[in-house]
Design a protein around this ligand. Sequence first.
Ligand SMILES: [Zn+2]
Length: 87
Amino acid sequence: MECLVCGETFEKSDVATQVYRRGGVVVTVTGIPAESVCPNCGNAVLDWDVAQQVEDLVQPLFHWAESHTLPKPVVSIIFPEPLAIAA
Ligand SMILES: [Zn+2]
């Protein structure tokens, strides 16, 4: 693999951590099953299905924050075991 961001070459890896920021809310998702993760800069390539699932996890948090006037939360999510994907 060669990283599209920093050009580092590396062995295929399978678990990523992604950070999503929107409107002051920070959501960190760990344990994402990834196609590859660059060990140098952390850029991850996700399956489309997995990317959609991560979106589905984080979107409600952003929507919640938009509709409340509380201080913006910093949230950590551990991605659920990818039972359906690990075929
Ligand atoms: Zn990289």
